[in-house]
Design a protein around this ligand. Structure first.
Ligand SMILES: Cc1ncc(COP(=O)(O)O)c(C=O)c1O
Length: 423
């Protein structure tokens, strides 16, 4: 089949060179005329052939809501174009490397975090792996806070510990451990599940002096409650599965931060195939539009519920940054976060509460618009074992509440009626 018009369009090619944006810049700067160079002559084709080559509609108006680019690969008029696109940031060749939806979401996370660049990956777990691999120089030590999400602890202690030196540390310790040049240091801005704010500014200063790279998991806080880069972090990791997407409909992760480190993570993501799905990225980007209004409401609800739980006679320790008497956390956080945890003394009592709830459901995740409850000991932290669990406060009676955007009076009514059985 001939490809009419292609030769005469070749003079367009030089205008495309180097025209793509760098990581972190807008999609709008991309050249638009490659598609017009790709022509198919279907005039005399059999219907069986036409069925394989449906019409492609050129849309000149920008849709208010962007489309989902559900394609594994992109097409090119000639070898020069495909060759050039491999090395032009913002051009797309193969969706394992990048896709318009994943690129847009990565740029959005970077924008929300005030980062130079950002990428998305298949899950928060793969984002953590990519960030550690990008941040830690070969053979150097990975320092991880004991108070991480159980899945991160499991990843570090089982997969990473066999390949390089790793050490757990206490981010609140004084003095901090002797980080060295090329080391990576991983903490959570608000820890899972005990909602402890990490001293990010102090950690960043210590890392900068040592030449170590600070990686902060900002999933619990979201960019609404914390901007780790403003506090001196080099990389931020997210489980976008949680509040940024906000509707419990995707599994996704993100790495944002310094351009060179994010570029390294992007390369690894392509090699290892830790790519995000285009439709999931699209859903998360739509969800992220309402992140601030959702979080503002959810955080206000969490502050209210934390205060009420503290006063309830059936409840033991309650954990939420708003309850801390020492206000030093306000240096590192912009707001306290929408997660809280409280201790009911035993797994049996925790189960009684969960079974008594009529509105709030048991769902071992967080960050949905609906309030959900979970039991860290049996779910998010089940891999860490009872000994470390006891050391970091993940007790059998600990309940974690991911506070949503419902009317807070309804949430308290539900909790209060379920707590009645524990008096
Ligand atoms: C703080 C934190 N980081 C990372 C992850 C892992 O994210 P994902 O489940 O998207 O892989 C989780 C999951 O619960 C989490 O709570």
């Amino acid at each position: 089949m001939s490809v009419p018009g292609q030769a005469s369009n070749r003079e367009n090619l030089p205008t495309l060179r180097g025209a793509g944006p760098d990581l972190g810049e807008g999609l709008d700067a991309r050249p638009a005329n490659l598609n017009q160079m790709i022509k198919r002559d279907l005039a005399s084709a059999d219907p069986a052939t036409r069925a394989v080559h449906p019409p492609t509609v050129e849309v000149r108006q920008r849709p208010l809501t962007p489309p989902v680019y559900e394609t594994s690969v992109f097409v090119f008029p000639d070898l020069e174009s495909v060759d050039q696109s491999f090395s032009t940031p913002g051009d797309f060749v193969y969706s394992r490397m990048e896709n318009p939806n994943t690129l847009a979401l990565g740029q959005q996370v970077a924008a929300l975090e005030g980062a130079e660049a950002g990428i998305v990956s298949s899950s928060g777990q793969s984002a953590m792996w990519l960030a550690i691999a990008a941040a830690c120089a070969p053979g150097q030590r990975l320092w991880y806070a004991h108070h991480l999400y159980g899945g991160s602890l499991d990843l570090i202690q089982t997969e990473i510990a066999g390949r390089q030196p790793v050490s757990g540390f206490d981010p609140w310790a004084d003095p901090l451990p002797p980080f060295a040049a090329g080391d990576a240091v991983v903490v959570e801005s608000i820890s899972n599940p005990l909602c402890q704010p990490s001293p990010l500014g102090r950690l960043a200063e210590h890392c900068q002096k040592a030449g170590a790279t600070l990686v902060v998991d900002n999933t619990f806080a979201t960019p609404v409650s914390c901007r780790p880069i403003d506090r001196g972090a080099d990389l931020v990791v997210h489980s976008l599965t949680k509040a940024i997407s906000g509707h419990a409909h995707v599994i996704l992760g993100a790495v944002a931060g310094k351009k060179d480190l994010v570029a390294k993570a992007a390369q690894l993501r392509g090699r290892l195939g830790m790519t995000a799905d285009a439709r999931a990225a699209w859903l998360a980007l739509e969800g992220a539009k309402t992140l601030f209004v959702r979080q503002e409401r959810a955080v206000a609800n969490a502050i209210d519920l934390a205060r009420r739980l503290v006063a309830h006679p059936a409840v033991g320790a309650v954990h939420h940054p708003s309850l801390l008497t020492d206000s030093s956390w306000q240096r590192d956080l912009l707001a306290p976060g929408a997660l809280l945890a409280f201790d009911l003394g035993s797994q049996e009592r925790a189960n009684t509460l969960i079974k008594g709830l009529r509105l709030i459901v048991l769902a071992p995740s967080l960050g949905d618009v609906a309030t959900t409850v979970s039991h860290p000991g049996l779910t998010s932290h089940r891999s860490i074992g009872a000994e470390l669990g006891a050391r970091i406060g993940v007790t059998p009676g600990l309940i974690r509440l991911s506070v949503g955007i419902e009317r807070v009076s309804d949430l308290w009514q539900d909790l209060a009626q379920a707590l009645e059985a524990l008096r």
